[in-house]
Design a protein around this ligand. Sequence first.
Ligand code: HEC
Ligand code: HEC
Ligand code: HEC
Length: 109
Amino acid sequence: MKKIIAITVFVAAIAIVAGGVMAAPPGDDVTFDAGTMGHVTFSGMDHFNAGLRCGDCHTKIFPMKAPGTPGAAKFTMDDIFAGKYCGECHNGKRAFAPFDDCSKCHDKG
Ligand code: HEC
Ligand code: HEC
Ligand code: HEC
């Protein structure tokens, strides 16, 4: 009996750990260099809080690489305006449009 309880507790503990990993918000912010338009900081946490999960972006839109490193998504502002990459959602329907307020994403500093 004790053994069964111990196994049950052990299995439950694994389930909690595995569930925690799946539901864990993404860690650090990701920063894009935007030339004359400064930087764009993508916050995984803000998107997590907006209800999005890893599979909404990874890996069909973004490959899960730091910008500029091998294998990372290569795109420009025109791609976003055309509804690709960030623009798959930032199209004025699912999330705010890219045309109105550039400073919602861009930080000139
Ligand atoms: C709304 C879109 C979105 C969601 C949701 C999202 N990510 Fe990302 N993630 C990105 C973008 C954009 C990048 C950087 C561009 C690229 O991958 O080429 C990135 C990059 C990463 C990187 C590489 C960062 C680095 O500095 O090496 C990891 C790791 C990552 N994401 C993990 C996750 C995990 C885990 C989740 C879910 C908990 C998640 N992401 C959810 C958009 C998203
Ligand atoms: C939804 C977020 C978002 C909004 C809003 C946005 N941008 Fe961007 N922009 C980006 C990202 C991300 C990059 C970096 C792309 C890369 O380097 O991979 C970028 C890059 C750029 C660049 C660098 C060169 C290029 O063509 O990629 C310019 C210039 C630019 N944006 C102009 C603008 C202007 C002007 C506006 C407002 C009318 C604007 N952006 C609004 C996300 C945004
Ligand atoms: C899978 C859909 C999706 C993708 C892809 C996506 N976003 Fe978002 N983003 C959202 C949603 C939904 C919100 C919250 C609603 C809103 O603010 O309109 C949001 C909010 C934001 C905010 C406001 C965060 C806050 O709470 O202040 C910024 C900034 C932003 N996104 C930038 C980006 C950039 C930059 C990219 C591309 C690198 C990107 N997003 C890609 C869906 C997405």
